[in-house]
Design a protein around this ligand. Structure first.
Ligand code: PLP
Length: 446
């Protein structure tokens, strides 16, 4: 079977004489990354804005692998790959709503580098290093610092927390990029996690296959295969990133049994277009990568000029759902500022409803009805083992807890004080001569 064919990296002229064994060596790629204006000028003529940004002190770290830089069309200042990794002067401009830790990750960290935001899974930040640095990085507050690398002491604290927190069944390794860790260290780290019995799945979020596909060697895939079930999300934003090299890296990972997903960020001027997105997701499924999330750009410093309206994301999903394979359609999410977590946003397909009928529209605008069943016999939660064993942390049952009757409402903070202005003394019913405070939501209603 012939694998999907994608163009091979053409190498910028500067690298044409580099011997193949060097070019294909991930260590060579890492140690020859571009990071100064002088180095960039040898590969692509810089614009004034880029030159200005590169001479700014305190700029978020810049580093681009020769492989990734070679995918840029040097003649195009708007090249979609260039814009993701070469800084512009705009990066320094503040904007309304900008935050340092927009996802409030630090607040959700029981121990340094471990973000426990959701009931059953954690995000584990194992390094601050990446193979190249995305200008819109959501974690630019910690990522890139060359002096802050993997800390063994923090790792031990993270492991201790995981051991004593049995509700965690899914650990997501991120950073930084976990695949930039020394191979032995990553191997050890995965092994230590696997010793914890309640951890069912391990996931890795990595852009290394995109920035540095040379890293995905057969030996490396053998290492990963020791720790199944292990899943991986890569990060591709534009079809130009899908090369023969990336296709091969993904093929190796897939053959090693690692299911692959993709997380993209919606970026102004880069992939804010239905047609680019359709090509991107279709090419991803050709290399057996399932589009997982499309993220709205976070309110993070340096990313102001990348932001699009949320409406653009809805328009893109409108142009994907139904128009192409369901496998190719990601979930569009806004990672809510303040730590609200990921919130899916999509076009409305439910048009209206009555007690016996719902009205739906499809991607073509065809409007139809679905007759609801008149006699619906739900399964019996009293005899259902899964229903009887359900548990959740207090306050974590969410909206589903409202549906299944455990909770009657979810209240904003200070709701009770605000709505208890009279201290509850004044009963509105004329026949009551005694008052007693009513427990709101206690079922005891006026
Ligand atoms: C995104 C994220 C996860 C994983 O979320 P899924 O929707 O399960 O992919 C877990 N923890 C944190 C803090 C996250 O930001």
């Amino acid at each position: 079977m012939s694998p999907a064919s994608f163009p091979k990296n053409k190498r910028a002229p500067l690298y044409r004489d580099v011997p193949d064994e060097k070019w294909n060596d991930w260590r060579w790629q890492l140690s020859n990354r571009l990071n100064t204006a002088e180095e960039f000028e040898k590969v692509l003529p810089l614009t004034e804005s880029e030159r200005k940004a590169l001479s700014t002190s305190g700029l978020f770290r810049v580093d681009i692998t020769p492989y990734f830089a070679s995918l840029i069309d040097p003649a195009d200042p708007h090249d979609p790959i260039r814009r993701q990794v070469v800084p512009l002067a705009d990066e320094i401009a503040p904007f309304t709503g900008m935050m340092e830790d927009s996802l409030a990750e630090d607040r959700h960290s029981p121990v340094p580098g471990l973000v426990h935001r959701y009931p059953d899974r954690v995000l584990m930040l194992v390094t601050t290093q990446c193979a190249s640095y995305c200008r819109y990085c959501t974690r630019s507050r910690i990522v890139g610092d060359p002096s802050a690398t993997f800390s063994r002491a923090e790792f031990e604290m993270q492991l201790e927390y995981l051991k004593r927190t049995p509700q965690v069944r899914d650990v997501l390794l991120s950073g930084g990029d976990p695949l930039t860790l020394a191979p032995k260290l990553l191997d050890e780290l995965l092994g230590r996690l696997r010793e914890i019995e309640h951890i069912e799945i391990i996931r890795i979020g990595s852009r290394v296959p995109v920035f540095l596909p040379q890293r995905i060697t057969p030996e490396f895939c053998d290492t990963l295969a020791k720790y199944h079930p292990l899943w991986m999300n890569i990060h591709v934003n534009h079809p130009n990133e899908i090369t023969a090299e990336l296709a091969e890296a993904c093929d190796r990972l897939s053959r090693a049994g690692v299911p692959l997903g993709n997380q993209s960020v919606l970026l102004a001027g880069i992939n804010d277009c239905v047609h680019i997105q359709r090509k991107l997701v279709q090419d991803l499924v050709r290399i057996r990568v399932r589009p997982y999330y499309l993220y709205q750009c976070d309110l993070v410093e340096g990313a102001g000029h990348f932001r699009t309206p949320v409406a653009k994301g809805i328009e893109i999903i409108e142009g994907l759902r139904g128009h192409t394979s369901g496998y190719a359609v990601p979930t569009y999410v806004v990672d809510a500022p303040g730590g609200g977590g990921k919130i899916p946003v999509m076009p409305n397909y439910l048009v209206s409803m009555s007690d016996h009928k719902i009205i739906l529209r499809n991607y073509e605008g065809y409007i139809t009805t679905y007759e609801e069943p008149i006699t619906y016999q739900p399964h019996d939660p009293k005899t259902c083992a899964y229903c009887r064993n359900k548990r959740s942390e207090p306050g974590q049952s969410g909206v589903t807890g409202l549906l299944d009757g455990d909770e009657m409402f979810i209240k904003p903070e200070h709701f009770d004080e605000l709505h208890n202005r009279g201290g509850g003394q004044h009963r509105l019913r004329a026949d009551s001569d005694k008052w007693k405070p009513l427990g709101i939501g206690s079922g005891e209603e006026l």
